[in-house]
Design a protein around this ligand. Structure first.
Ligand code: DND
Length: 230
């Protein structure tokens, strides 16, 4: 039987860390979805980024959720050319799981507050309920105010949940790895092991992909693969 209720966490995951997993766990507990999808983004529409390879980001995501029931890592965006727009991803998911499947797209607070700058965001609102995580009471009021505005303007459905956010970012994590600092509290042990074995993020000689997008929303993304070490 096809899952009726899907929770989706999209992300660059460069690399995936405990902050992402905490957000995921919180919304799995709240929503109790039939299926949870972790969807690594091939070409982030919103930032220029030098990323670990698709293969490595996918492998790290798989290691991070290994053993979690009803959680899958999807390569859906890796199979699509151009910028990985969430609106297109949700359309694809509706095609796979059925138009009447309930889709919940989970985002951190900064991403939630930027939603009106996303490509074809009204299509996102029609397809999914947005699930945001507030870091503090003040943050919750701000996010709830924004959620109310999105509902009034566009009929958007959102959930704002309080969350004990783990203060960790992929940028901070990469910096610490490159400096040889202890990161064991910030990411799952198998992911750290993978990073070190592969020499990613300045822990050794490695390959990276440099991905840059055209500034416009409509133009094709430029994907330049290049070998280099940090
Ligand atoms: P990020 O690059 O922020 O992912 O992308 C998040 C998702 O938004 C991806 O699926 C993007 O394709 C999509 N997006 C963004 C902008 C525009 C469009 C689409 C568009 O279609 O136009 P990260 O790997 O950095 O983070 C993944 C998620 O985890 C994010 O929602 C982030 O806010 C959240 N997060 C945390 N949440 C709680 N505690 C922490 C977190 N660190 C990151 N410590």
């Amino acid at each position: 039987m096809k899952p009726r209720k899907l929770a989706i966490l999209g992300g660059t995951f460069n690399p995936i860390h405990n902050g992402h997993l905490h957000l995921l766990a919180e919304y799995r507990r709240l929503l109790m979805p039939d299926l949870t999808l972790l969807i690594p983004t091939r070409v982030p529409p919103h930032k220029l980024a030098r990323l670990a390879s698709e293969e490595d980001r996918m492998a790290m995501c798989r290691l991070a959720v290994a053993g979690m029931a009803q959680v899958e890592v999807s390569d859906l965006e890796f199979r699509r050319e151009g910028p990985s727009y969430t609106a297109d991803t949700l359309d694809e998911l509706a095609g796979i799981y059925g138009e009447d499947a309930a889709l919940y797209f989970i985002v951190g607070s900064d991403m939630f507050l930027s939603l009106e700058s996303w490509y074809d965001f009204q299509r996102i609102f029609r397809r999914a309920t947005l699930c945001a995580a507030a870091r503090t009471l003040e943050d919750r009021a701000r996010l709830q105010g924004y959620a109310d505005r999105l509902r009034e303007r566009y009929g958007a459905r959102s959930i704002v949940s309080p969350l004990d956010v783990l203060v960790v970012s992929s940028t901070e994590l990469r910096d610490k790895l490159a400096r040889g600092e202890d990161v064991s509290a910030l990411l799952p042990a198998p992911v750290e092991r993978y990073i070190r074995e592969k020499g990613l993020y300045g822990t050794g000689a490695h390959k990276q992909q440099e991905i840059s997008n055209t500034p416009g929303r409509d133009g094709p993304a430029v994907l330049c693969k290049k070998e280099e070490s940090l």
